[in-house]
Each structure stands twice: as C-alpha cells, then as structure tokens.
Design a protein around this ligand. Structure first.
Ligand code: RIB
Length: 292
C-alpha cells in the first residue's frame, strides 16, 4: 500500500457565509432593544471555516461550494484563496450569498441565524467535484448545504476509499445511508445528545465539550479524552470549525495526536473575534502546544 503523504488531500464540501457580527454585553430578551458594543463583517460558514482551518493546520484543501453574485461574493472567495485553499469548484450562482447574523456577548458566547442563499443551491455534484472527492484522503462535510448532496458525496467517497468526516451541524436526523458512509463524526455535546443512538453506527465519534475538553470513542472501544488549553475567551464563533478542520488535517497521524492538535486549534480560535479571522496556523498551534 502506498504511504500516506504527510500533507493529506482534503475535499471540503460545504457552506460559505458572510458573518454579520454584533457584539453586546448580553444577548437581548424577546422584544427587547439593546445598544451593541461593536459590529464587524467577517467571512464564515462552517464549510469555508473548516476548509481554511484544515489548510492552515497542514492539509492541502479543495473547497466545493457556492457563492452568490452579490457584494459579498468577492470577499468570500478571497478569504479562501488568501489561505491557500483551492477554489476551482467554488461556483458562482445567481442571487445572494449565504449570510449569518451573529450576536456575541461579553462572555464570548454566541447565537447564530444562517440564511443559506447560494449554499442552498448546491444540489448537484459535477464530474470534477466527484474526481476531487475520489482523489482525496478525506472528505469533510457539515449540514449547511442540502442533505442529499452530502449523502451523494459521502457515498462516492466511501466507494473510492476516501475517509468521510462529518460534522453534523446544524444538527438534524441523518438518513441511515449517510450514517453508514461516515467514518468519523465530530459533534458538540448538544449534537451528541440529539443524535443519540444514531452515532453508534459511526466508527469514530469525537465529542467537543467546550472548556471541558474533548472525548473520543473508537471502533474497537478505545476511549480517549483531551483537556482544553486554558485561554482568554473573546468569541467562541468558529472554534468548533477550527477544531474540525485541524482534526481532518491531523487524522492520518492517529486519533490521539489528532485530538491534541485539534483541541489546541479550537482553543486558539476562541481568543479572537470572528470565525475565519480567528483560525490558527500550524505554527501557532505548534507554539501553543509547546507552551502548554
Ligand atoms: O460555526 C460558525 C459558523 O456558523 C459561522 O461562521 C456562521 O457562518 C455559521 O455557519
């Protein structure tokens, strides 16, 4: 068998959004108007964030996704290319790009509403998409694009020996066929509770628990846990994406190392405002691990 390259080829199929981020002391109650403390527009979307995270953490990433033909599209494309992510399968479709309305409170906790826009139009996989998936070491998906597209990609990946890593977020019930084609699931504790027994069908399950660290269960019953790095939290937006992308980039080195690497990436991502703007490089992850 050919040796796995130390730079894994990763196909990320998913969403890309412009995040409209408002900071506030506390989040408003229903019907309440508050004065915010700041506003920023930052490229985000779980797919794009994870693609950037995987590239910065050591992978060679191709992003499969869609932007609209609006004012946000150029900036969304640019943040990927600036990070070195391949964008030859980033389509431009008519209409608006995806957006996310995000409120971040003074404790760094967020609430997010996503309007899919172009992401919802990602209903077809082309021959070129399928070739990229088949040639990749890892296919990484989330659930901010149509579920049928994710299922088709996972089916093709499984048929071609590509490892399928799924972050089922925003969480929804998963069809049995998709569950059967997923090798690694990355969920937070809320998603783990919601998916419950469905996760039993998946060989490797990684559960992120915020400041309480990460747990892992493997196919042979192996269980691992990894504490969080202690950091000053500014904004938790995109921390799960930084974790998941870094996990994909390090997966070929085994779950124990991948968890350590990804937990550091996730923690570092909470120390800055915004999603794509907070994702660490491999040099930053290495330095944080050395310091801890
Ligand atoms: O996981 C964080 C991301 O969720 C944000 O960037 C936002 O766009 C939503 O997709």
């Amino acid at each position: 068998m050919a040796e796995k390259s130390d730079v894994p080829a990763i196909a990320v199929l998913g969403s890309i959004n412009m995040d409209l981020v408002t900071t506030t002391e506390r989040r408003p109650e229903p019907g309440e108007t508050l004065l915010g403390t700041g506003f920023a527009m930052v490229p985000g979307g779980k797919g794009s964030n994870q693609a950037i995270a995987a590239q910065r953490a050591g992978g060679a990433v191709q992003f499969l996704g869609a932007v609209g033909d609006d004012v946000f599209a150029g900036e969304l494309r640019r943040v990927l290319t600036d990070s070195g992510v391949g964008v030859r399968r980033l389509r431009t479709v008519d209409g608006p790009s995806g957006i996310a309305s995000i409120v971040v409170d003074s404790g760094g906790e967020n609430t997010i509403i996503v309007v899919g826009g172009a992401n919802a139009r990602l209903t077809e996989l082309t021959e070129d998409d399928l070739d990229i998936i088949a040639a990749a070491d890892i296919l990484l998906c989330q659930l901010e694009i149509p579920l049928d597209t994710v299922s088709a990609a996972a089916r093709h990946a499984r048929a071609n020996g590509t490892t399928v890593l799924l972050n089922p977020s925003p969480v929804q019930r998963l069809p049995a066929e998709l569950l059967a084609n997923v090798d690694v699931a990355v969920v937070n504790s809320g998603e783990a509770a919601e998916l419950g027994a469905d996760l039993a069908a998946i060989d490797h399950v990684v559960v992120t628990r915020g400041g309480d660290g990460v747990t892992y269960r493997g196919p042979d019953g192996t269980e691992l846990s990894q504490p969080s790095l202690r950091v000053e939290v500014v904004d938790t937006t995109g921390a799960g994406d930084a974790f998941t992308g870094a996990l994909a980039a390090a997966w070929h080195r085994g779950p124990e190392w991948a968890l350590t690497w990804a937990a550091a990436a996730g923690a570092l991502a909470t120390t800055k405002l915004g999603a794509s703007s907070s994702i660490p490089t491999s040099a930053e992850i290495t330095a944080a691990l050395a310091a801890n």
